[in-house]
Design a protein around this ligand. Structure first.
Ligand SMILES: Cc1ncc(COP(=O)(O)O)c(C=O)c1O
Length: 362
């Protein structure tokens, strides 16, 4: 006899998976393309690749042993780098895992969660999975996608449990002044301010919001993009020991594998390649933006190497470029269906993108 299968919790069934950049292997298979043939502008990764020491460190990692559950060596290295005690650092299997842990540890059913949007979809998804009530304060095209501080303040006055802000923002590259964020955190102590700085390395003039040392500011960092280790993924959170302890208690055991820990240590030991290559990406981006303007495609000003561009129909623009083995991010899942997001790459690759756009123009 077959029984009706059990249903997952109702909140789980009410939440859809989010869409992200990077290659969709199933889609490529259905088109008959191999992933290696695709030039990917859809993920905001450092296109100059990982620092030179990383591959050697990975090869030497002891994969026959379980990883250090506490990632002590890497947390000690990060502790030096950020001049902060290791009790204020927790590592994640990418910054995305930390977003999930924050929701798991801090969101009770019906808690209010405010998000500055349009932005990375996992904040809303995780909060909703935990039964939180999500309110998004949307930035508007007419304000060049800079979120209105007045609108954020209105939402904060209701003392939400969490406030998520991506700074610099994905997908727009817009930045909010850390002084202003710290002012809000001081004024609204019942709210945990989660400031996702996954892209801070790509905007080197912007200071970290961690510097203020406020107990209700939790900063997320990702080495995934800046160190080009997307296949490994590595992120960490910096915050007050009590908040960090809450996240640490919520972690699955061994959440950061041996290889990612080794890669993180090697990346911190030599960050010259990362800084030099990001400086190049920033210069290369200016040419790419100028090239797009010549093709009649207006980009939105961003502080990062990635930016959004009004292409009239993001999904169609993406589909056309994919026929040339080039992928960009269609922004429909951000609520911006007329836009595509492009992460600038090396000069020859950017030239290939511009040529493909010209050839596939409708
Ligand atoms: C804003 C933001 N935060 C976090 C992540 C996830 O980073 P990781 O790959 O380190 O989990 C992403 C990935 O796209 C992102 O855009």
């Amino acid at each position: 006899m077959t029984h009706k299968p059990l249903s997952p919790r109702p909140t789980i069934m009410a939440v859809s998976p989010d869409r992200h950049g990077a290659l969709d292997h199933f889609e490529l298979e259905s088109l008959g393309y191999h992933p290696d043939e695709i030039l990917d502008f859809s993920a905001n990764i450092n296109a100059y690749g990982p620092p030179p020491g990383i591959r050697e460190a990975i090869a030497a990692a002891s994969i026959e042993r379980y990883p250090d559950r506490e990632s002590l060596a890497l947390r000690r290295a990060l502790s030096e780098c950020h001049a902060t005690p290791i009790e204020q650092i927790v590592l994640g299997n990418g910054a995305a895992e930390l977003v999930w842990l924050i929701a798991f540890a801090f969101v009770c059913p019906q808690d209010a969660v405010v998000i500055a949007g349009p932005t990375f979809g996992e904040y809303a998804r995780c909060a909703a999975l935990m039964g939180g009530r999500v309110q998004t304060v949307e930035a508007r095209a007419e304000d060049a996608f800079k979120v209105s501080p007045e609108h954020i303040e209105q939402a904060l006055r209701l003392s939400p449990r969490l406030f998520f802000l991506c700074n610099p923002n994905n997908p727009t590259g817009a930045v909010l002044d850390p002084d202003r964020i710290a002012g809000w955190a001081a004024a609204y102590p019942a709210t945990l301010f989660v400031i996702d700085e996954a892209y801070l390395e790509f905007a080197p003039d912007i200071p970290s919001t961690f510097q203020y040392g406020l107990s209700n500011i939790l900063v997320l960092r990702s080495m995934t993009k800046s160190c080009a280790i997307a296949g490994l993924r590595l992120g960490y959170a910096l915050g007050h020991p009590t908040i960090i302890d809450g996240l640490s208690r919520s972690r699955p055991p061994w959440n950061v594998n041996v290889v990612a820990q080794a890669a993180g240590l090697a990346a911190l030991a030599d960050d010259r390649h990362m800084h030099d290559s990001i400086a190049k990406l920033r210069r290369d981006k200016e040419k790419l933006v100028a090239g797009l303007a010549e093709l009649g495609l207006p980009t939105v000003s961003s502080t990062t190497h990635y930016f959004i561009v009004d292409v009239a129909d993001g999904a169609q623009f993406r589909r056309r470029l994919l026929t040339r083995h080039i992928q960009v991010r269609d922004c429909a899942s951000f609520g911006l269906s007329t836009y595509a997001r492009i992460a600038g790459r090396r000069p020859d690759e950017n030239t290939r993108l511009l040529a493909a756009i010209e050839e596939t123009k409708g």
